[in-house]
Design a protein around this ligand. Structure first.
Ligand code: PT1
Length: 273
């Protein structure tokens, strides 16, 4: 579980996509074996948590059916749970996927919709131990980058996350089960994303653990003018900043590199005279 102790050093969450298109370098079709191979590799590289996702939430992505998502996620979760001594998160917004995942032993539900979809709040409230990540998004993945707009991006996201935290507390979910995430790239311009990073302490100082996902995102492409395959150094710079500002979990594709960057950052922050 995510004991107090385990959160002392910031943790790396490795991304495990079970979407067919994400295996474009290998075969076109997703296979359970390739997902398990990737998960084992991330554990060897030092991941503390594996985040299994069946539905892409990248800008422009289409949603998939509940059955499709269950078919992609649950078999991988079951295999991972049986095989690896690691925390398992499931990236989903669907109540039924949450319920199935919890019953198969998931340790965390990571929801980009922050439990606003029907029945999803009840689905996680039914467990007394699963951890929950509440993320901010403006709009829906398919159209969120069309015209992001805020009067005050920091205040609006902070208010939103605190409202979702309160909704969880109201149904009896303990505060220490909650993580909050400002949702980099989810209905935000380059300026919005940069300001969120510059002011990230506004979120880490709220009293809830913060999780962020920055890995290979278009924000990095916009600054460095590099394709998604060449965004590692940019991703590491942002991971270091996020940890410096008090983030507890970094969600990433590049586990080994991120583990080292975070260890170094944490060692500096820990040092006393
Ligand atoms: C995230 C996150 C996530 N990101 C959490 N879950 C994705 N808690 C999926 C781009 O701008 O940050 N936090 N689950 C991936 N989504 C995106 C969004 C990927 C934007 C790429 C971009 O390139």
């Amino acid at each position: 579980m995510f004991s107090e102790n385990i959160l002392q050093i910031p943790k790396v969450m490795g991304i495990l996509n079970t979407t067919p298109d994400s295996f474009s370098d290998g075969g076109y079709f997703f296979s359970k074996d390739s997902a398990l191979k990737r998960a084992r590799q991330m554990v060897e590289e030092g991941a503390h948590i594996i985040d299994i996702g069946g539905e892409s939430t990248r800008p422009g992505a289409q949603s998939i059916s509940e059955q499709e998502e269950l078919d992609r996620v649950i078999p991988v979760l079951e295999k991972l749970r049986a095989e690896l001594p690691i925390l398992i998160s499931v990236d989903t917004s669907k109540a039924e996927v949450m319920r199935e995942s919890i019953s198969k032993g998931a340790d965390m539900i990571n929801d980009i919709m922050a439990l606003r979809n029907e029945d999803s709040l009840a689905a996680v409230a039914a467990s007394d131990k699963v951890h929950i990540c509440l993320m901010h998004i403006q709009g829906k993945p398919r159209s969120m980058q069309q015209n992001p707009h805020y009067e005050n991006v920091i205040n609006e996201i902070k208010t939103f996350l605190l409202e979702r935290v309160q909704a969880c507390l109201d149904v009896g979910i303990a505060a220490n089960r909650l993580f909050i995430d400002p949702g980099f790239g989810f209905g935000k311009t380059k300026a919005h994303n940069l300001l969120l990073m510059k002011q990230l302490q506004m979120f880490t100082e709220l009293g809830y653990s913060v999780l962020v996902g920055l890995s290979r995102k278009s924000l990095i492409g916009q600054i460095l003018n590099k394709p998604v395959t060449e965004r590692l150094y940019g991703s590491l710079a942002l991971a270091v900043l996020a940890v410096y500002k008090g983030t507890k979990i970094i969600r990433t594709h590049d586990v080994a590199a991120t583990v080292d960057a975070i260890k170094m950052t944490h060692a500096v922050l820990q040092q006393t005279d």
